[in-house]
Design a protein around this ligand. Structure first.
Ligand SMILES: N[C@@H](CCC(=O)N[C@@H](CS)C(=O)NCC(=O)O)C(=O)O
Length: 206
């Protein structure tokens, strides 16, 4: 059985959705980021980067990084149809997913959630957070130009939608308004049974 290392409401929510979409069998190890579980000796022995999401495969191998886990789930559960079989369409899906993870998450929201990691010492954390908000707004505006006016990001539901969902969810909870096209994608995702199940399991009321 897979072991999924996660924290409710973090970026792992996107992987959680994909695990449910695949109907994968998995057990959960909760990682308390606030108390620093990710820095414990036992966690670092598995993943020296100290990051989640992390998946322990049936073989005992450890897989990290959102995009790698999402692609592995898609390729190893083809019946869930989480990525196109056509090379260019699949690459477009990875392109969107990478933008959500590398830009919106790592460059924008990370400045809001962990501003101290972007400056030396304890100087001006508020301006780092403000820059994070500015980047979130700018990135969603760019995304709005790429998303279709309705439906999922790449036609059928895909791994890109799960990545977009977790950053949209963060924006919603941070009172950052989403452009109309992005908002309608978020609302579509909120109707999806697996998304609703995951949010309830992670302790959110719908
Ligand atoms: N880019 C990596 C990192 C993701 C990441 O930053 N995850 C956060 C939680 S949302 C984390 O592990 N935080 C722990 C820490 O940085 O100490 C990925 O896509 O998996």
């Amino acid at each position: 059985m897979l072991t999924f290392y996660m924290t409710p409401g973090s970026c792992t929510t996107g992987v959680h959705i994909l695990l449910e979409e695949c109907e994968a069998l998995f057990s959960v190890e909760l990682v308390n980021l606030m108390t620093g579980d990710q820095n414990s000796e036992s966690f670092r022995a598995l993943n020296p980067k100290g990051s989640i999401p992390m998946l322990k495969l049936d073989s005992g191998e450890i897989l990290t990084e959102f995009e790698a886990i999402a692609c592995w789930l898609a390729w190893s559960h083809p019946r869930a149809r989480l990525i196109s079989e056509k090379p260019l369409a699949a690459a477009r899906t990875v392109e969107l997913m990478a933008y959500a993870v590398n830009n919106l998450h790592m460059q924008a929201f990370a400045r809001i959630f962990t501003p101290e990691r972007f400056v030396a010492g304890s100087s001006d954390l508020e301006s780092v957070k403000a820059e994070g908000r500015r980047r979130v707004v700018e990135a969603f505006d760019l995304l709005a130009l790429q998303l279709p006016g309705s439906g999922y990001a790449c036609g059928d539901f895909s791994i890109a939608d799960a990545a977009l969902f977790y950053v949209e969810f963060w924006a919603d909870r941070s009172d950052i308004p989403l452009p109309a096209v992005v908002r309608s994608h978020f609302e579509l995702m909120l109707q999806r049974p697996c998304v609703r199940q995951v949010l309830m399991e992670e302790g959110y009321r719908l």
